[in-house]
Structures are given as structure tokens and as C-alpha cells.
Design a protein around this ligand. Sequence first.
Ligand code: SF4
Length: 178
Amino acid sequence: MGKEMEKWIEKAKEAGFTCAGELDPATLQVKEMVRDACAADKCGAYGHNWTCPPECGTLEECAQRMKKYQRGILLQTVGKLQKDIDTKGYRETEEHHLEAFRKFTKEIRKTYPDALCLGAGGCRICKTCAYPDPCRFPEQACSSMEAYGLFVTQVCRDNQMQYYYGPKTIAYTACVLF
Ligand code: SF4
């Protein structure tokens, strides 16, 4: 691992992530089944957020965008739950993850303004996305890994990062290509 990658892994930990590791962009594969899951619209963002499908582009367009990058970093927040289904635990871990993601993306974009930052869940910068009116913060808006057709479990597996941490845990994963 090069010094540049080591530096960003260190910065990811400082931002608050539980784990961070090198991601090889060549391992990224877009999957129809992930896009189909978005289209089922369980989260209500499909067709309502600039960073989600179909507005974030076709799978082919997403794959082409990702191909431009030589380096990547996987970012993960692992939370402990009080019980098997713990809504408060999910929410708190997700908030922690979002906060770390915002800090980290702000930092890495100072060095790599064109970094492609893919979070867990669609863009939440605004309480309600401006869609279909123009995006309010195009410089900060981020799609999710799923919106780009990535099957997060496989991305973790292909890059030697744990995905499941045992009972009563939850893991949120994001990545940045730069
Ligand atoms: S920054 Fe606001 S308007 Fe732009 S994609 Fe994100 S939520 Fe929507």
C-alpha cells in the first residue's frame, strides 16, 4: 500500500469510521439486481432524488464514471445493537456514518475535487431533495453505492473487508474513488 493510501486511511479513522481499507476500482461490477432493488422503491427515493436512479444515470454510465479512477477507499461504520432489531441502534449508527462521511468527503475533495464519493443511502444533504428543481448543492451531493449498482457485500468481499460482524451488530459502508 502506498503512502497516499495510508494517509487517507488514517484520515478516514480520524473522521470517525470504524474501519477503512484500500479498494481496487477494477473489482467494481455494476449489477442489474441492485438497480432492480432501487426500482422497487422501498425507500421512496427512486425518481425523487438527483443522486438516485434513474437520475444518477444508467448502469453503463455509472460503470464508465467509476472506470476513470485508479484508487479507492472503503469506509465502514460498525454499530452495536441492544437487541436483534434495534431501530434506535440503526439510526444512531447511520447518523455516525453520515457524519464521518461528510467530514471525510469534504477533506478528500480539497485534494481531489473530482473524487467520486458513494455513500450508504442516497444524498441526505437537504431534508427534502429539490428534485425536479435544480440540485441546491451539486458540489456536495453524493449518490449511494447501491445507486451505482454496486452490491456492497461483494465489494467488501473482493477488497478483503469484513461485512458481517456477528449478531447484534450493523455495518454501514461507503466508498470514495479518487
Ligand atoms: S444536495 Fe439536496 S437537492 Fe442536491 S441531490 Fe442532495 S438532497 Fe437533492
